[in-house]
Write a protein that binds this ligand. Structure first.
Ligand code: SF4
Ligand code: SF4
Ligand code: FES
Length: 250
């Protein structure tokens, strides 16, 4: 901390996807309980750099402000995490903010994370309930099933796990831990399992589950403590069994 009354924030900025990034530094009055998002709000209210230069307010994503919507993910002091739950008191200063490095920058700290949604579509991460009429209630889930599935359903699509994963890059085309964990969730679901084979087939081959090097960075950074490595091991077993069945059928 510069002194006990101020907070220094260094931000990697980029005016549009084609421009070069540059750094700007801001010095803000300290308030107890402030977090990275509230600091960005303070900068927006008075966008003057530490050197006294007027600048454009910093672009960033946020919505719920309570680690539920998944929109505010960024690199805070080099670690993928949610800005709204990153308390300034717990961060080393100057606090360094950067956009995710593996996703296209839209502007400043805002990135395009649509690849996750494309990957979720690829693995059909939904319960098939199409129809124009009332399908009635689905099969009941046991308490044990609910206990297993609930933690998996807490994914907020923040993409922290993908940013931290050494295997998630253009070369591998790896779908990433979040999509794999959603396969586990929907394959466990009594109605969702209707698409189980299609999901497992989507995880075979290039970009599939075999790209995972089991480095476990994903589980370290997941803000919702989703048991991602267990999901990868579980779904890996399902994919293997499916591949063996396919072999005997062919
Ligand atoms: S275990 Fe490692 S390689 Fe596999 S998804 Fe997680 S971070 Fe990536
Ligand atoms: S699995 Fe965790 S880190 Fe990955 S997108 Fe979901 S909530 Fe974020
Ligand atoms: S603003 Fe919704 S998770 Fe941070």
């Amino acid at each position: 901390m510069a002194n006990s009354k101020t907070v220094i924030i260094k931000i990697k900025r980029q005016d549009n996807p084609n421009y070069k990034p540059y750094w700007e530094e801001f010095e803000l009055p300290y308030r107890p309980g402030m977090n990275v998002t509230s600091s960005l709000m303070d900068i927006a209210a008075n966008p003057i750099t530490r050197q006294g230069k007027a600048t454009a307010p910093v672009t960033y994503d946020s919505n719920c402000l309570e680690e539920v919507c998944g929109s505010c993910a960024m690199l805070v002091n080099g670690r993928a995490r949610m800005a709204c739950s990153a308390l300034i008191d717990k961060l080393e200063q100057p606090v360094k903010l950067e956009p995710f490095s593996k996703f296209p920058v839209v502007r400043d700290l805002s990135v395009d994370r649509s690849v996750l949604f494309e990957n979720l579509k690829k693995v059909k991460a939904w319960v098939p309930t199409d129809g124009t009429y009332d399908l009635g209630s689905g099969p009941r889930q046991s308490a044990e099933q609910q206990e297993l599935n609930y933690p998996l359903s807490r994914c907020i699509s923040c993409c922290c796990c993908m940013e931290a994963c050494p295997q998630f890059n253009d070369k591998t085309g790896f779908v990433g831990a979040a999509a794999i964990s959603q396969v586990r969730l929907f394959n466990n679901h009594p109605t969702g399992k209707a698409l189980k084979i299609e999901r497992l087939k989507a995880l075979m081959g290039d970009g599939g589950i075999q790209e995972c090097g089991y480095a476990q960075n994903c589980v370290e950074v997941c803000p919702k403590d989703i048991p991602l490595t267990k999901s990868i091991a579980d779904v890996g077993g399902q994919v293997m069994w499916q591949a063996i069945k396919d072999l005997f059928r062919s």
